[in-house]
Write a protein that binds this ligand. Structure first.
Ligand code: FAD
Length: 318
């Protein structure tokens, strides 16, 4: 079922959903099931599965020269989605990127998803690979998510890259895109970011999931700004509980997200990560309660492979 249908079925009640990462190469799928199992009692209508593009690593050879190698540390997005739908009978939403994909790769990826009975995709540009400063698309790929959305929407109309393909079967994907309550790091200002967000929606996206935020005011202001600029699609808030001291530095830098002074102060008072985890859970519960009161359609939690704190939060809310 499509995310937009799940929202309609919620009849105004906030529902629970979450995002997982494929395991590191070498682990088996049981680690994924172990992180999903404790969250199933909260009835998530869908689970997102992130996509991780290739990275470049340099390995020293016997002669001392360095050899560039391409590695993908977390493959398996499509397989995990199929396994989730099969095992739990809930919708799995694969993330799909511009980065590392030609348009032909994208088309074939979408055909796989369609054959597997996957109804939703989250369309993203992806970040620059670690060894590059700026995002560089594949020569035959999309530079921005709005191009990717357009391609998915075209396939929904039966328009393939090769116009001469016979039996142009239509796919029927519900397309989600990213939104940034504190603006995307590369955007010169919020108006510019919303301008391009609107382009993704005009090209066929049906809902928005936000980057994580720790101050609900940022989300409410963002929604208001979007609405004032004519955006009517659902805007699903993305939340993540803090669980380590290291995240105080990592989260603002990596996700362009400001941490409220009060949260920082509470985390700094803690003696160990066990205490920080409790602070993170409490903060996230308070954020969630206010968002539920504001009647958001879903609360979407970034589990990042750890479900114990998400479970502790969901237990108090759903
Ligand atoms: P875009 O919408 O393409 O925007 C990127 C930047 O370009 C923005 O600053 C925008 O304002 C600007 N822009 C857009 N169009 C144009 C244009 N035509 N001309 C000039 N500027 C333009 N990353 C992963 O690698 N894997 C994942 O699974 C993943 N999941 C995510 C899930 C969510 C909910 C979110 C919020 C992010 C996720 N990301 C993921 C991170 C995402 O890939 C990065 O934030 C990336 O830098 C931007 O992706 P986007 O789709 O928002 O890009």
């Amino acid at each position: 079922m499509k995310v937009t249908e799940h929202i309609a079925n919620g009849n105004g009640k906030t529902q629970f959903s979450f995002e997982i990462l494929p395991p590191l190469k070498g682990q088996n799928i049981q680690s994924i099931f172990d992180s999903i199992d404790p969250l199933m009692e909260f009835n998530p209508p869908f689970i997102d599965v992130t996509y991780h593009r290739e990275e470049y690593v340099y390995k020293e050879m016997e002669n001392g020269l360095l050899q560039k190698q391409v590695v993908r540390k977390r493959p398996g997005t499509v397989g995990i989605c199929a396994a989730i739908q099969n095992k739990y009978n809930v919708d799995a939403i694969p993330h799909i990127l511009c980065g590392g994909f030609t348009k032909e790769d994208t088309e074939n990826f979408l055909i796989d998803l369609d054959f597997l009975g996957i109804d939703n995709v989250m369309a993203l540009r992806g970040d620059a690979v670690k060894t590059e400063t700026y995002f560089t698309p594949d020569k035959e790929g999309h530079s921005y998510a709005n191009g990717l959305v357009k391609q998915i929407d075209a396939l929904n109309k039966g328009e393939y890259l090769d116009e001469e393909i016979q039996n142009q079967a239509k796919t029927d994907f519900c397309i989600g895109v990213a939104g940034y309550p504190e603006k995307h790091i590369e955007a010169p200002n919020m108006d510019s970011d919303i301008h391009f967000l609107k382009k993704k929606l005009k090209n066929g996206a049906a809902y928005i999931v936000t980057q994580m935020f720790f101050d609900n005011k940022k989300y409410f202001d963002f929604v208001e700004k979007c609405r004032s600029q004519g955006i009517t699609t659902p805007i699903i808030p993305g939340l993540k509980p803090i669980s380590t001291k290291k995240q105080l530095n990592m989260i603002p830098h990596r996700f362009n997200t400001e941490l409220p002074e009060e949260l920082i102060k509470e985390v700094l008072k803690c003696d160990d990560n066990g205490q920080i985890r409790e602070v993170g859970i409490e903060w996230c519960v308070q954020q969630s309660k206010e968002l539920i009161e504001a009647k958001v359609p879903f609360l979407h939690y970034y589990s990042m492979g750890k479900s114990d704190n998400i479970r502790a939060i969901a237990k108090q809310l759903f």
